[in-house]
Design a protein around this ligand. Structure first.
Ligand code: HSE
Length: 405
């Protein structure tokens, strides 16, 4: 038997308890031994909840109990999760987490502490919720040199963009209903300003490329400015707007960015709608692979956390391999030289000037939607980011611009 503790009895923590209870027999069989939750740490009381019998308000009960070998950290945030995790690892306890903020900020350091104390720090649920992408990268795609990983890594924004597309509704209205339905936080900034998928792609890129990618170095643009009009142009062209998080190897080095893109129907991430997440991986031997599934929610996230608990039980006294292993930070290449097309919206009266600025050699194809009389859109020729930004700045009258994937 191996004893475990859960730090935090919120959405994910209660899911973890529930998964361990519901699938007890299968889980114990797969772990090769019985897993017993000895403690659940939370500041609150839960009268009439079965967890009450193992509830503690004091972390010291857990850290000082040598019987506890696996700690599930699902508190979220940096403090006190960082301190608790570090202390658990130093005490020789394995830690399994869904805490993407902590992994993105201190993952390497915590893995080092785990290594020094002969235990494991597992974080499958930190990226893509229930999708087993981290285990796939660490344990399955080990024969490949992976040169690109691109994902829809945020369920909230994918839900908002899907609703805007399907219902023709504006961003603010959809955000409000997403908040009412519990799909978006009251403070939605981490999702809609895309810090959340930036952290997730930083974690995945660190595993794929071996060295730490700092999410703060990643160009990050959220979906706050995407309007119902942008979506109308996209659907008229047969495209979908998706918030993509990418890291890829280029001749200039590894490049990473998070931004809304126009995605064509042949792209593997085009059909991913609602709160679903998906991750596209390209390997030099494998070619393409796509992993799709529930990217958030109590039980899907808990499913990934409990898979880590099982792995921790299986690896009792042994170290599991993780591709993110080099101490140095990866210096990301600038995306200024990336060439791509842009969809640009302008006022109808600025069409002539736009032609001169964005296509001096020829004429832009103008897209006009009957219901929007005051404006038109066009697709630029392939331009580098730097070139596009310089022209757009000189022109000064771009209503909106979205990159093609
Ligand atoms: N807010 C996150 C999302 C939760 O919407 O994807 C899962 O990390």
């Amino acid at each position: 038997m191996i004893k475990a503790a859960i730090l935090g009895y919120g959405t994910v923590g209660s899911g973890v308890y529930s998964v361990l209870e519901s699938n007890k027999r299968l889980i114990n069989e797969r772990a090769g031994q019985e897993i017993e939750v000895k403690y659940v740490l939370d500041l609150r009381d839960f009268p009439d909840d079965p967890v009450e019998k193992v509830l503690t308000h004091d972390f010291e009960d857990i850290i000082n109990d040598p019987e506890v070998k696996i700690v599930v950290e699902v508190m979220g945030g940096i403090n006190p999760a960082f301190d608790f995790t570090r202390r658990c690892l130093e005490e020789g306890k394995n830690v399994c987490t869904s805490n993407k903020e902590l992994v993105a900020e201190h993952g390497l350091e915590l893995m080092k502490t785990a290594r020094e104390n002969d235990v494991n720090y597992f974080f499958e649920a930190s990226c893509g919720g229930g999708i087993p992408i981290i285990r796939a990268l660490n344990d399955c795609l080990t024969a490949d040199d992976i040169d690109e990983i691109t994902g829809i890594l945020n369920g909230t924004t994918n839900y908002i963009l899907t609703e805007m597309t399907e219902k023709g509704t504006g961003f603010s209205k959809v955000l409000k209903s997403a908040q009412e339905l519990g799909y978006a936080e009251r403070d939605p900034s981490a999702d809609i300003d895309a810090f959340d998928p930036a952290r997730k792609i930083a974690i995945l890129a660190s595993i794929v490329f071996g060295s730490s990618v700092d999410y703060k170095d990643i160009y990050t643009e959220g979906i706050r400015k995407i309007s119902a009009e942008d979506i109308k142009y996209a659907t008229t062209l047969g495209y979908a707007i998706k918030l993509l998080a990418t890291a890829k190897r280029t001749p200039d080095g590894v490049m990473a960015y998070v931004a809304p893109f126009l995605v064509d129907p042949t792209h593997p991430l085009f059909p991913i709608n609602g709160v679903m997440n998906a991750v596209y991986v390209h390997g030099n031997m494998l070619g393409d692979a796509v992993f799709t599934g529930a990217g958030a929610g109590s039980l899907p996230t808990a499913s990934a956390v409990v898979a880590d608990v099982i792995d921790a039980a299986r690896h009792d006294g042994k170290r599991a391999y993780c591709g993110w292993r080099h101490d140095e930070k990866l210096a990301l290449a600038s995306s200024g030289n990336v060439k791509r097309k842009y969809l640009v919206r302008i006022s109808t009266e600025d069409e002539g000037e736009a032609n001169k600025v964005f296509s001096p050699e020829g004429f832009l194809d103008i897209i006009s939607l009957g219901e929007l009389e005051e404006e038109v859109a066009f697709i630029t020729p392939e331009l580098t980011e730097e070139d596009f930004e310089a022209r757009a700045k000189g022109f000064g009258k771009v209503i909106s611009r979205i990159r093609f994937c």
